[in-house]
Design a protein around this ligand. Sequence first.
Ligand SMILES: [Zn+2]
Ligand SMILES: [Zn+2]
Length: 384
Amino acid sequence: MAEREWAEKNYYADLGVTSSASQEDIKKAYRKIARENHPDKKPGDKVAEERFKKAAEAYDVVGDEHKRKEYDDFRAMIRGGGMGGTGFTGGFRSSGTAGNFQASDFFGQSGGYSPEGGLGDIFGSFFGRGGNPRQSARPTRGADVETDITLEFREAAKGTTLPLQLSGEAPCNTCHGSGSQSGNPSTCEKCQGSGFTSENRGAFGFSAPCSACGGTGEIIEDPCVTCDGRGTVHRTRSITVRIPAGVVDGQKVRLAGQGEAGPNGKPSGDLFVTVHVRPDPVFTRSGDDLEVTVPVSFAELALGDTITVPTLDSPVRVKVPAGTRTNRTLRVRGRGIKKGDLLVTVQVTVPTNLDAAATSALRSYAQAERESGFNPREGWEGAK
Ligand SMILES: [Zn+2]
Ligand SMILES: [Zn+2]
């Protein structure tokens, strides 16, 4: 069987098996067809005769492991449109993609038809069926996307989800990203779906992206018309991104798989979101500790009191012990960012326009304070 006819044949279909069928399954399938359609059994039945012949022809090739491999390689190349296969000995050098090769390269070096049924046949079949540049050297993953967002301090501290509008490659709605009209791209026969082919050069083995499928492991035989078989279309998509709690200003958050859609259902790229955080009027942060400065009166510090302090959630009641100095920081465990603490700094606010009653009371207090022997500058270096 000359290779020139291989492009037109689907031996696996003729035997009713898939291209990944084992040699044993192929043998069984052939025997069954041969038994059921044998001319001795169905004399004069043209359909049966045709089936019998086809199965015999198919089995002659794919029933033989070695011939089968040649056939697989050949078909993979024809369908993928990639001429940079590793299995050829025709003497040409290809760039590896159908889109780039020059016809003159072939003609110049191969000398056209070769009686061995080699390159000349391949060449003719190749042009007869047309290459498919779209299927060569496709990326196996969608592109990464970068974007910026600005969050309020509290959103960043607590984590948030927000909608984003991104324009770029998104899964095609017609084919649901497969690129195939039927939704069933076939497994690349050349690389068995791995996307890689290996080749031995002397003592060394090389692994290279499969030239038939461009490294995707799949071949699209019925390209989707909406996306031209790519599986993706350029459009604006709305996504909801989740920003984890505790991001700091300028931090880059990686959202795996939220980038552009991969071709033909391949994995999406990642989305990198640079987060800008607006300052908060009440809180600052130190690592995961949330800091807040609370104005208090002298009396609250001197006598002790319980004050209400805001947090990222509901306010907490914080006990200020009697005799607390101003600017002291009190720690409330676990009420900061994530597992951090809330650091409450108490700071005295001095009254500026007390009413008569309060002024009078304060004078009495000052008098009593002196009489008690309290001296605010006692022990102070500057007093010496
Ligand atoms: Zn599509
Ligand atoms: Zn392949």
